[in-house]
Design a protein around this ligand. Structure first.
Ligand SMILES: NC(=O)c1ccc[n+]([C@@H]2O[C@H](COP(=O)([O-])OP(=O)(O)OC[C@H]3O[C@@H](n4cnc5c(N)ncnc54)[C@H](O)[C@@H]3O)[C@@H](O)[C@H]2O)c1
Ligand SMILES: O=C[C@H](O)CS(=O)(=O)O
Length: 487
């Protein structure tokens, strides 16, 4: 296990991290705790000029970093991972403070985030090329897998550590350098990560964290031609806009975008397993994950049992501030998220839905919303068409398998889907028919560092994690050598 760096105060940095230095700015942005609106702290509001200097640093550093041996790069990533685990409690508390998730989930995210650095610390030494049988005896063909170069990354607030290491891990393993803009709602976790990276021996300029208003920074990260690759995790709307900007300099682009996951429960499912799966797939991070079940399609024969048992379990979820004591559900990230949930509930009820539990925002300070189950939701309801990103489970009844598949696929999203059935033939038919990048069969938990994470259709481009996750950070180079015959 890595050595402990000084506790939370040292990890909590009210500064951006550029070229190995902690920098301030004239203007700052304030970060608040969604559980009660209290101020967590301020971070610099860097503008285009400071962001350009971060790109300068990444360009300078990349020339050296790609020359560091894969073994040495891997060792630094593994030490970074160890330091995260050695400072897990400080990282988790900081994460809960700025993002709101329950402390137990924050601790889980620290381990999940550290696992990406560990995994790609190992993968660094397996970025092998290939030789190809030549088309003629006077040629030799070799293919290299070289680092793509300087990488710009923009990440969301819902997983303030894991979405970052899922990019920094493969980027640095491949020999790339990075300029990262975290969400302005959760910058402290990213800065704590940078502090531990510094401790782990990540050289100056290899990993830079710029904080501030998204627009001006984004303009640089999508526009500077020295940036070879742009990777984004966030909403589909923003991702599309930023990816389009990258085309002016033909950057490599990878996108992890929004979801709208269907959760299918067939009559032959184990109803208790389906309820367990629903709690994981719907209510993790208070429904604020990209792979959250967004709509539940439940077959006629199991509908009443599933609705009753899910509502009973949801009624028992403990809602509270993550640092105030054990809780299952924290606040939503902001008031806008509360309003979206309220709108989805109102629309479902207007269409004939009946609220079994929850259905309203929390009282008092903070942006809480009660974990909610609504039965008899109409097939065209808002929550079937838009990503709720909150703790609302809307149950829609279906009769036939082909009907459920058609309903499940009727979206431009294609990230994750879930199926609960104990019929082997049906499990194969349905998992093959669902148009999603990831499908959970009899489970609501599908993510890990060893598995390819990503979506199809408008949910993304590329995969993160797994042995595939390195592909977005390397370029293939063919070396074709002429060979003269012996005289
Ligand atoms: N597929 C995945 O792996 C994955 C993971 C997490 C979240 N998400 C998706 O992200 C969304 C929630 O995250 P969010 O609210 O942070 O998304 P968001 O798109 O609002 O913000 C994501 C990031 O983009 C930045 N951003 C926003 N507007 C920008 C602009 N004009 N220029 C430059 N940067 C800009 C934000 O500051 C933030 O850092 C949901 O849709 C969720 O499904 C997807
Ligand atoms: O919200 C997005 C995350 O990728 C979800 S997960 O923790 O990776 O499943």
């Amino acid at each position: 296990m890595g050595t402990r760096v000084p506790d939370a105060p040292a990890l909590r940095r009210e500064a951006a991290f550029v070229d190995g230095a902690w920098i301030a700015a004239e203007r700052t942005i304030t970060v608040t705790d969604p559980a009660d609106g209290s101020v967590v702290g301020t971070v610099p509001d860097l503008g285009p000029e400071e962001t350009g200097r971060a790109v300068d640093a990444a360009v300078r550093a990349q020339a050296q970093w790609k020359g560091v041996s894969a073994k040495a790069r891997g060792a630094i990533l593994r030490k970074w991972s160890d330091l995260m685990l050695g400072n897990a409690e400080a990282l988790a508390r900081l994460l809960t403070r700025e993002q709101g998730k329950p402390l137990a989930e924050a601790r889980g995210e620290v381990a999940y985030a550290a696992a990406f650095l560990e995994w790609f610390g190992e993968e660094a030494r397996r970025i092998n090329g290939e030789t190809i049988p030549p088309p003629s005896p006077d040629r030799r063909l070799a293919v290299r897998r070289d680092p793509v170069g300087v990488v710009a990354a923009i990440t969301p607030w819902n997983f303030p550590l894991a979405m970052l290491t899922r990019k920094a891990g493969p980027a640095l393993a491949a020999g790339c350098t990075m300029v990262l803009k975290p969400s302005e709602l959760t910058p402290f976790s990213a800065l704590a990560l940078a502090a531990l990276g510094e401790e782990a021996g990540v050289p100056p300029g290899v990993f830079n964290v710029v904080t501030g208003q998204a627009g001006p920074i984004g303009d640089i990260l999508t526009g500077d031609p020295r940036i070879a690759k742009f990777t984004f995790t966030g909403s589909t709307k923003v991702g599309k806009m930023l990816a389009a900007r990258c085309m002016a300099s033909v950057k490599r682009v990878s996108l992890e975008l929004g979801g709208n996951a269907p959760f299918l429960v067939f009559d032959d499912a184990d109803v208790d397993a389906a309820v367990d799966g629903a709690l994981l797939a719907k209510f993790r991070n208070s429904g604020q994950t990209c792979v959250c079940a967004n709509r539940f399609y439940v077959q006629d024969g199991i509908y009443e049992a599933f609705a009753e048992r899910l509502a009973a379990r949801v009624a028992g979820l403990v809602v509270g501030a993550g640092l105030a004591g054990p809780s299952d559900q924290g606040p939503l990230i902001d008031a806008r998220a509360q309003r979206t949930c309220a709108a989805h509930v109102a629309d479902a009820v207007a269409g004939g839905g009946r609220v079994l539990v929850g259905g309203r925002p929390g009282d008092g300070p903070g942006t809480f919303f009660a974990p909610t189950v609504i039965r008899d939701v109409a097939q065209g309801a808002l929550l079937t068409r838009e990503e709720t990103f909150g703790p609302i489970a809307g149950l829609i009844r279906f009769t036939r398998e082909d009907e459920a598949i058609a309903l499940a696929n009727a979206t431009r999203a294609g990230l994750a889907g879930y199926v609960f059935t104990r019929d082997l033939d049906r499990s194969i038919r349905v998992t093959e028919a669902l148009e999603y990048g990831m499908v959970g069969l009899n489970t609501g938990a599908i993510s890990s560092e060893v598995a390819p994470f990503g979506g199809i259709k408008e949910s993304g481009l590329g995969r993160e994690g797994s042995r595939h996750g390195i592909d977005d950070y390397v370029e293939l180079k063919l070396v074709c050598t002429a060979v003269a015959p012996a005289r």
